[in-house]
Design a protein around this ligand. Sequence first.
Ligand SMILES: C[S@@+](CC[C@H](N)C(=O)[O-])C[C@H]1O[C@@H](n2cnc3c(N)ncnc32)[C@H](O)[C@@H]1O
Length: 336
Amino acid sequence: MHALAFSPLFFQAAMAARNMGVLAAVHAAKDTGLVPAEVAARASVTLYAARVLLEGCLAIQLVALEGGRYRLTPAGELWLFDEMTKVNANFVQDICYAGALHLEESLRTGLPAGLKVFGEWPTIYEGLTQLPPAAQQSWFDFDHFYSDGAFPIAFPKVFAARPERLLDVGGNTGKWALHCLANDPAVEVTVLDHPGQLAQLQANAVVAGLTAHLRTVPMNLLDHALAFPTGFDVVWMSQFLDCFGEPDIAQLLQRGIAALAPGGRLCVMEAFWDRQPNDVAELCLQGTSLYFSCMANGTSRMYHSQDFLELIAGAGLTLVSDEKIGLSHTLLTCVI
Ligand SMILES: C[S@@+](CC[C@H](N)C(=O)[O-])C[C@H]1O[C@@H](n2cnc3c(N)ncnc32)[C@H](O)[C@@H]1O
């Protein structure tokens, strides 16, 4: 329990030890280990800073101490070098940490009370492209890290039936849309999102030379009076519905259904916390729910698969396939 009580301070110590080069100095001397004065000299920090950071990292087992000399542990190596660990840590530090102080207020009000540390938007999505550069980078790195690997696996499944028109709802900066356009020159892709995200998508499409079959429609998707464009063979919602509470998901599914051409399919790709390969992956998703509460919107979370199966059935959709995509994602394909 005491480790939990002090955990925010230890997290900051681990970030500082990483960012100030203290852990890298210890890693570079892995054969001999280093005394604090050597760490201070090599990382160009004061002896005081080296001592408190090394002792803080000792407490959380990122370093080990033997005969007065510090060495990096396997956990310390992960903290320094593992990509997923870095993406998660930067996201928590740059996006969540300051606002997490307002978690209780968020849960009492149903509003993302922590978001005020960045600006006065109703949800984080309106402000995404106006966040400070480091925070914006950490948000996009986090979002992309989890969906990037899933897209190439999902693509052949979604495109086996050669859809001609695909609607990407909440398509963000266009990772999926551009993947589709690059791999099927015949498909037309329409993306719905906030204007800032779509401006970045357009810029990315220009760089990739993929603007010819791309259309973007700026829309606040929480305004359920606004209909989606219609006539699509596939309506695609990837890591999108988890940005909403259940009543909004039900409405978004109805608007997605109305956008389908006869015979069309609605595809939902999500990471469900009950379908993860291990406890650590499950913990990451449960932690992500807390980000949704205090920073993103105050209403959404990472869902249990059963919640989505019920929402899909409640929308009058028939589930035609329920497939695992990579380690973490599930692709639910539905028809009317
Ligand atoms: C978590 S990201 C997922 C992006 C992408 N589909 C993927 O799989 O990586 C959710 C996207 O939905 C968009 N979004 C969330 N709420 C929205 C709203 N009310 N109106 C428009 N777009 C919204 C966000 O801007 C963001 O681009």
